[in-house]
Design a protein around this ligand. Structure first.
Ligand SMILES: [Zn+2]
Length: 219
């Protein structure tokens, strides 16, 4: 069974652009992928969402499914729990300050230290590369997704600078960085993120205009 997430996005999406989508995890095997288009049809999904990892790194193998999806007039969207692609864990060895702090120690597990300007500049650089590739395969009007690490949505940085921001705000800093890149690549495109802040009034980081917040997301 493919690892899928079915989500309906209706609020804030302009009329006529509502899509019922099926997420394909980067962990889904090749054989399972062949069933995904059938599964999408059975679940009345009109959209497949491929992770950026799939789009950028899996080469021709995955393009075959994307072509097939297009043949069946299924929309292609890009993204998912792709934050580790924006700040690769291999940077940890020499650049610990880029990563999140917990109990005074830097950790290379989930997310990063978003108030470090170097972190944001690396995220912007990688977002530019990944999203430039993704724009080429995503169906117009383009919709991208940037979700926090599954099961660790609230696991963010506790360094002295980040402590002033909630996990939701720290996540939003990364979302906004990607949203700025997307706005330059395609001014009509939308970036979907999860708003899990329990105190919206205290929001200190404002989401960009080209983003859409989901209040919850069913994994
Ligand atoms: Zn920090």
């Amino acid at each position: 069974m493919p690892y899928i997430i079915i989500m309906e996005l209706k609020s804030k999406i302009p009329a006529g652009q509502e899509r019922k989508r099926l997420f394909i995890s980067a962990k889904t095997g090749a054989r399972e992928r062949e069933k995904t288009i059938k599964l999408a049809m059975e679940n009345e999904c009109d959209t497949l969402v491929f992770s950026l990892n799939d789009i950028v790194f899996s080469g021709k193998k995955n393009l075959k499914y994307m072509k097939l999806a297009k043949k069946y007039e299924i929309n292609i969207e890009a993204g998912g729990c792709d934050l580790p692609l924006f700040l690769p864990g291999r940077l940890f060895m020499l650049n610990r300050d880029l990563f999140r702090m917990a109990q005074g120690k830097r950790k290379n597990d989930h997310h990063f230290c978003p108030t470090n300007p170097k972190t944001i500049s690396i995220i912007a650089e990688n977002a530019q590369i990944l999203l430039t590739r993704a724009v080429q395969v995503v169906t117009k009007p383009r919709i991208f997704h940037l979700l926090p690490d599954k099961g660790h949505e609230n696991t963010w940085c506790q360094c002295p600078a980040c402590r002033a921001f909630s996990p939701a705000e720290q996540y939003l800093m990364a979302v906004n960085t990607a949203a700025d890149i997307i706005a330059k690549l395609d001014p009509q495109a939308i970036l979907v993120y999860i708003d899990f802040d329990t105190e919206p009034e205290a929001e200190g980081v404002c989401p960009r205009k080209n983003t859409v917040a989901l209040n919850k997301f069913i994994f």
